[in-house]
Design a protein around this ligand. Structure first.
Ligand code: SF4
Length: 237
C-alpha cells in the first residue's frame, strides 16, 4: 500500500501543504477514488515514523499539513502525533473527514485550523452512496458541525456529484440540512472508483454543476464553490 505524503497547492486554500494519508474507512462510498487505501486499517510504527520524517525534512517548504485518508479520525493516536509535530513547527492543520466521528473530533478540534467534511447525500439518504454507514448519520453529522463551528474553525462541507446516484434536488436538500462557511460541489471523476461499475459513468459537465449551484436559494451558507477537473476550484456565489 502506498501512503506516501503528497505535496499539494490545492488541498489547503492558498497554502503549500503536505497531504498525509491514513488508511481505512468505516464507510464504502461507491465513488471513492482511493479504493486501495480504504481496505487496510492499520498504520505500523515504521510507516508513522517515515511520514514524520517526511514532514521534518520539508518543514521549510510547507505552510500546512492536511490529514486525509481514508478516515483520519480512525487513527486518533497517530494523527495526534502529526498534529503535535505540525504545531511545534507553526504549520496550519487541515482535517479531511467524513464527519461521522464527533466523539473523536472533539479531542483534536482545538488544534485544527480548517475542516473539510464530506456530506455524501441528504442526511437520511446515505444508502444512495454507500452500503455501509451508521444508522445515526444525521445526529453524527450535526454534532460534528456543532463542534467545528462552536470552536470557530473554518468548515467546508463538500459533496461529490455522481450522475445517477444524486439528483439536483438532493444537492438542494443537503444544503438546507447543513451549516458551514463554504459548500463545495465536486465533480465526480471516473478514473478510480470503489464500485467499478462507476468507471463507465460519464463525469458530469461543469456547466450542469454550475447550474445546480446557481439554482440553490440559500442565505445561511456564505459561499458556494464548484470543483472540477476542467476549471479547478471556482467560487460560484
Ligand atoms: S470517499 Fe472518503 S468517506 Fe468515502 S469511502 Fe472513500 S475515504 Fe471513506
Amino acid at each position: 500500500m502506498n501512503i506516501e505524503p503528497v505535496y499539494s497547492s490545492l488541498d489547503y486554500p492558498k497554502k503549500m501543504a503536505l497531504v498525509l494519508f491514513t488508511p481505512g474507512c468505516d464507510i464504502r462510498c461507491k465513488f471513492c477514488h482511493n479504493p486501495q487505501l480504504i481496505k487496510y486499517d492499520t498504520l505500523n510504527k515504521m510507516e508513522v515514523e517515515l511520514i514524520k520524517d517526511e514532514v521534518d525534512e520539508n518543514i521549510d517548504f510547507i505552510d500546512a499539513i492536511v490529514l486525509s485518508g481514508g478516515e483520519p479520525l480512525l487513527h486518533l493516536d497517530v494523527i495526534k502525533q502529526f498534529i503535535a509535530q505540525a504545531k511545534d513547527a507553526d504549520l496550519l492543520i487541515k482535517l479531511d473527514t467524513n464527519g461521522l466521528h464527533p466523539d473523536k473530533l472533539i479531542d483534536v478540534i482545538d488544534d485544527i485550523d480548517y475542516v473539510a467534511m464530506d456530506i455524501k447525500a441528504p442526511l437520511d439518504k446515505y444508502y444512495k452512496i454507500t452500503d455501509i454507514y451508521p444508522n445515526d448519520v444525521k445526529e453524527r453529522i450535526e454534532k460534528s458541525i456543532d463542534i467545528i463551528l462552536s470552536h470557530d474553525v473554518f468548515l467546508e462541507c463538500r459533496t461529490t456529484y455522481v450522475p445517477g446516484l444524486l439528483t439536483p434536488e438532493d444537492v438542494e436538500t443537503i444544503v438546507s440540512q447543513i451549516r458551514c462557511n463554504q459548500y463545495t460541489l465536486q465533480q465526480f471523476r471516473n478514473r478510480a472508483t470503489y464500485d467499478v461499475s462507476l468507471l463507465s459513468v460519464d463525469e458530469p459537465n461543469p456547466e450542469e454543476l454550475h447550474d445546480i449551484l446557481m439554482s440553490i436559494d440559500t442565505n445561511h451558507i456564505p459561499s458556494l464553490h464548484l470543483k472540477s477537473g476542467q476549471f479547478g476550484n471556482q467560487k460560484i456565489k
